[in-house]
Design a protein around this ligand. Sequence first.
Ligand code: ADP
Ligand code: MG
Length: 736
Amino acid sequence: MKKVWSIANLDCAGCAAKLEDALASVPGVESVSVNFLAGTIALTASDERFDEVAVAVLAKAARVEPEAVILTDGSVSLTGAEHHHHKGGAHACKDGCCCHNEHEHEHKHEHEHEHAHASHHHDGEAEDGGETHVLARVGVAAALTLVALLIPDSAGWLRAALFLAAYLCVSFDVLLRALRNIRHGQIFDENFLMTVASLGAVAMQDYLEAIAVMALYQIGEWFQDRAVEKSRASIASLMDIRPDYANLLRDGESVRVDPRDVAVGDLILLKPGEKVPLDGVIVEGSSSLNTVALTGESLPRDVSEGDSVISGCINLSGVVTVRVSSTFGESTVAKILEMVEASGEHKASSERFITRFARYYTPAVCAAALLLALIPPLLLGGDWRQWLEQALSFLVISCPCALVISVPLTFFSGIGGASRKGILVKGASMMETLARLDTVAFDKTGTLTRGEFGLTVIHAENGDGQELFATAALAESYSDHPISRSLLSAHGKPVDRDRVGSVEEIAGQGVIASIDSSTVHAGNARLMASIGLEAPACDKQGTIIHVARDGAYMGHLVISDEIKPTSRQAMDELKALGVTRLVMLTGDRKAAAGEIAGALGIDDVRSELLPGDKVHAVESLLGEGHTVGFVGDGINDAPVLRRADLGIAMGAMGSDAAIEAADVVLMDDDPVKLARAIRIARRTMRIVHQNIAFALGVKGVVLLLGLLGIASMWLAVFADVGVAMLAILNAMRAMR
Ligand code: ADP
Ligand code: MG
């Protein structure tokens, strides 16, 4: 079982990584992931032991990060947990909570929207106060310092006292945190490093240095917090697609209910300006939908009776009645939200590299600082004071903050930026793969083509085309395959589905249905072969549906699909991006496949494949050492989506199986978005690499200068805070 909770009040990305490490060692934990930026913690453990493990995890979290607040979904609670959330409005009562300290801070989990707001209200002063305090304290410290500087040498004790006051004013919270962390056995954190460095300076009566170092550090931290908050807010605005209510029609009256309480088959009413709460099909009325939050497409989409509507869109003009086709948990909007919330769990290798690096870097630099303080004076007869100062500046440089925060922040903003354009990337590791793709295999129907077939010809063996058509339509009436849906819409008239008994859908072949008292096969030549019929060849272009009743061949229908208007452009852009191999994998017959591939400039075409064959085809590409992406619509190709290095699904507008199986979802089925996604991913990776190189480079140079005895603590803290700020600013670029 896996549960995702929200976690707030973590100090920094480094603490999140540390907490994750600590929790992973709790017995019974299968996996645990703490996402600092999204403010979530995901825990997986066996079903039977979940509660027990969760309690142990929460207890450990309370020890390691006493300030963190974890909000569970109410199924687990720690004894003694305080329930001051309950003031917070209707939603809060659904959630039990485990608060590890008195200072509950706001948390951004959107389920708790109202509640978060409410708690912000009654706790907000503390939080906001805390923020302004930092800057105000820096100001006060600066003023005290100025006054101290004006005091003549004769009153040296007064000057020292003022300096000390300024120092304490700007640094007391860091000192307290360092003390607390030492008590919890976490030594090498930034609070500790800053404390030792600045107290060292105070001890040597370098007051100005001590104050400046702390002030800069505080300003840098404040800035980092703002940056993280800003990117969280932009992700949260993406989460704005979460619907608040549904107008359920009950006996002709509409009642406002929680979307979770609506069942499949219920009727709901959509008024202008409202968010579509659940997926469904319009049974009455027409309107236009704003899909921009889902697809990035700003042109409204016109919909009328019979069209499907997707949760998360906004109804613009008309009042429509919708028959709900999936529960809230299964709805598109819930799937997307789940995906975005879980995005931090797929850590990129560069992210893991950085956390691992930080784990060794900090203690190593601290050890170096110790050696620097001891060796030159002891062995080389150096000046104690000078080398102690150098050693202290080493401590400042050893903060890995810039790296630890900027790398995940870059991925986070890259993912956020992509999603605003209707491209959902499930996590940082997918971003990495996306940037590396060199081979892309495409499904044909619904991916490169519109999946809306028009009927071209009917060839009935006995000449009764209408009977053939009606039989085929009946047989296909329960299937969601684009072929079936197109056939039904070409048929026009409603079919009497009561005549259809059992239906079996054979992926990549067709359907077998019992109609009245006979068995009908409708599908391709392979399906006919399975009942010993040889399907006649047909020279008409397009996809063929052969129909047989009780083992006797009835005839066939030829349908043809249109290539999506942007498919050609997509292929050209991919080639320009250096995606060297484009492959088409389809279950359709050779002629139909070749025609479309020719028009698109794809030269590697593999046709008449069963879903399993598509998996083998992708495996053979993988075997050649390529980084392979597979683009499909999720109908019959979920296994391939999983098998490829990167599964790319067309269409939240279509199948939700695809959203689950895929790593990347192109919300509006537009293949050009793939090229755009690759560009975004490459840019994100570029920024990640820039940040790593830049931060390591600057630290390296300053360490070297320190070794040579040139760098002062000022320089060190400037380098540290400056690098962090620049890296963060750079990271935010990934969003645009
Ligand atoms: P693609 O690879 O183009 O996405 P599929 O694997 O879904 O296509 O199907 C491959 C072939 O199987 C189709 O071209 C069609 O001939 C046949 N087929 C699949 N499903 C159906 C169906 N529901 N009705 C009729 N034919 C079908
Ligand atoms: Mg398909």
